[in-house]
Design a binder for this molecule. Structure first.
Ligand code: CA
Length: 642
């Protein structure tokens, strides 16, 4: 019984009907560690908690046990308690220097009650939906073959137009309507915004409107309760999360978890701090907590137990929940060595698990920057990718000034940044690095270490950005498909924000992390309003999927086959994927992006070309022919092959 997969130094409980063994990693110098076993979760069945801290009165304590400290394993405290505790809740409390640090679920709770205040003892095997253990998982993909759709549970399903019943829930993604939508779009992976238990939505008040992205971790190894149909039953969120994964897998769609190990919601209430005060966090020389996350604290991945925690946590999500990939929030806060260890451990599971992250921090970290998993150090991390702000901002404009546009609005000086992205961030003789916006040298060894995108949940979405830059609606539609054409024909891993396919906006809100549904939700009626846009996206994903020329997967191959074609101005980019015999069914592919407000004529290399994309249309059977030259309309794209 218990959970077969939560093996490791952090495994907290081993349940059997006769007894439960509890274990926690805690401060080796603690005076004592006390285990408390309760009948309830401390939230839903009794007095309210005071907001802003995690204290609560242990009104219904059924048993208090002083845990054993084995001096040969000084960081480990254990207790074996006789009796059947299934359905009960528990906490640990560490006492040091005569002070109690407050009750906590422990760092590796795998089930919790409402609001994650108490850990729960459940039979994990009973949470598996029928057929889950031996489910057919989607085929392994090489990194360049992934097409990532970044989504928030509430954004995707809360609007009435979606027709989805389980609005804002894990179960939304089990509904045929949702699956059909994603299949129609043609992406092959969803990146779900934080879906582990986070702190900023009150799970006991789900009848009150609440919204948060969830970048405020509480219990790293338990699904978030507000996305379950019942946040008070510890098994429900686990079962429904698994049902979501199973349904997506059945549809051939992989699931990427957004993980936020770089900081915790707060310090004093965090299981990390409460079990081992000050061990898991970096501090400045003056003793204050470092804040590389911009959220008040920063974890210390270089510490052996923090590193081990991240390794075991990611492994646990893969083994227990069948997660296919991870997006590391502020990966630049973590150290390179830890990221390499995580890569190695996940490789050991024997499946191509995608790892990518933000190659930056949100403030300065109290650690040697040479050793941090920053974008500039990605070349030292095989099999790990980072987001490219070069192509993103080269297309839409700088992150720190919404009013400034870039390539998309026909602004000179951004061509090399976009070309850098089209080449997947690898060294390429035709990309002039002196003119690339941020990176002064290529930072990806391989194009598979490079996430191509134009927008994500952060900052304005594409429509708001273009609108802020003065574009009328007809231009926005054209420039949206132009931007995603750059992304999906680039040699990196393409990534898109959900809703771009139906021209979502966020009413101009730049940071919508806690904005209401009315700002964040997708209105599916937009598909009827902009059918040509959704249609274009769904053909674009298929075009990439059908043609390996767009995803060569290797830097030498990119240099051998990708050739930029000279254009007369800074807002037209043309490139050829050449000599693809043996790689692609097309010998040569030419892509032209014209961001100018006038048509442009491009001289073509010798050949008889079939036009397969023009304006909002993609048709691999052909839309016309061209030799010698082609004229591309204002703010449009063209794709040809011979
Ligand atoms: Ca929560």
């Amino acid at each position: 019984m218990g959970n077969a997969h939560a093996q490791g130094v952090f495994q907290q409980t081993q349940y059997s009907p006769k007894s439960t063994t509890f274990k926690t990693i805690a401060d080796p110098d603690a005076d004592k560690v006390v285990l408390r076993i309760y009948q309830d979760d401390g939230i839903t069945q009794k007095s309210p908690i005071s907001s802003g801290n995690f204290g609560f009165q242990p009104l219904s304590s059924v048993r208090t046990v002083r845990m054993k400290h084995d001096k040969t394993k000084p960081e480990q405290w254990t207790a074996k308690v006789k009796g059947d505790f299934k359905g009960r809740f528990y906490t640990f409390e560490v006492y040091k220097d005569g002070k109690g640090y407050g009750e906590t679920t422990g760092v590796f709770a795998t089930a919790v009650g409402c609001n994650g205040k108490r850990a729960a003892i459940i039979d994990m095997s009973a949470t598996n939906p029928d057929g889950f253990i031996n489910e057919q998982r989607p085929a392994s993909l090489e990194p360049q073959d992934w097409m990532i759709y970044e989504m928030h549970h509430r954004d995707f399903s809360t609007h009435p137009s979606t027709g989805i019943l389980h609005k804002g829930k894990f179960l939304a993604l089990t509904e045929p309507h949702a699956i059909a939508y994603l299949k129609q779009l043609g992406i092959n992976a969803v990146h779900i915004l934080p879906s582990f238990d986070y702190a900023s939505v009150d799970e006991s008040k789900l009848d009150v409107a609440q919204y948060n992205w969830g970048y405020d971790p509480l219990n790293y190894n338990v699904p978030e309760g507000s996305y379950a149909t019942d946040a008070t039953d510890p098994s429900t969120r686990i079962r429904e999360f698994k049902m979501m994964v199973q349904a997506l897998h059945k549809a051939g769609i992989r699931v990427i978890l957004d993980v936020v190990y770089n900081h915790t919601f707060d310090i004093d209430g965090s299981p990390l701090q409460r079990t081992w005060p000050d061990y898991y966090y970096r501090k400045n020389a003056d003793g204050t907590y470092s804040n590389g996350s911009g959220c008040g604290n920063e974890t210390a991945s270089e510490k052996p137990y923090m590193r081990q925690f991240m390794i075991e946590s990611t492994r646990y999500w893969v083994n227990e929940y069948h997660i296919d990939g991870f997006r590391f929030d502020l990966m630049g806060v973590h150290d390179i060595e830890t990221m390499r260890e995580i890569r190695k451990n996940l490789d050991g599971i024997g499946k191509n698990i995608l790892i990518y992250g933000e190659g930056w921090a949100a403030g300065s970290c109290a650690y040697d920057s040479q050793k941090l998993a920053m974008k500039a150090n990605v070349y030292q991390m095989d099999g790990i990718a980072a987001f490219s702000d070069e192509i993103r901002d080269g297309l839409r404009g700088p992150w720190n000034d919404d009013k400034q546009g870039a390539f998309l609005i026909g602004k000179s000086g951004n061509k090399e940044s976009v070309k850098f992205g089209i080449a997947g961030g690898v060294s390429h003789p035709q990309v002039d690095m002196t003119k690339v916006n941020y990176a002064k040298e290529n930072w990806a060894n391989q194009p598979t270490q490079f996430i191509s995108y134009v927008s994500c949940h952060d900052d304005m979405c594409l429509v708001d950005r273009l609108r802020t830059n003065g574009c009328p609606d007809d231009e926005i539609a054209r420039l949206s498909v132009l931007a995603q054409t750059a992304v999906f024909t680039s040699q990196g891993i393409p990534f898109m924000l959900s809703g771009e396919e139906l021209l979502r906006d966020k009413k101009g809100v730049h940071n919508s992390y806690n904005s209401p549904d009315s700002v964040n939700q997708l209105n599916w009626d937009n598909i009827k309003k902009y059918p040509h846009v959704f249609d274009f996206y769904s053909h674009l994903t298929r075009l990439r999927s059908n043609h390996k020329g767009f995803r060569l997967g290797n830097a030498d191959a990119v240099r051998a086959h990708l050739e930029f074609i000279p254009t007369s101005d800074d807002c037209t980019i043309a490139f050829r994927l050449k000599n693809l015999q043996g790689i692609d069914s097309w010998n040569n592919i030419i892509v032209i992006l014209n961001a100018n407000r006038e048509a442009r004529t491009i001289q073509l290399p010798n050949g008889n070309y079939t036009i397969v994309a023009r304006g909002f249309k993609i048709d691999e059977n052909g839309l016309g022919n061209a030799t010698n030259e082609i004229t591309v309309n204002a703010q449009e794209i063209s794709i040809l092959h011979d």
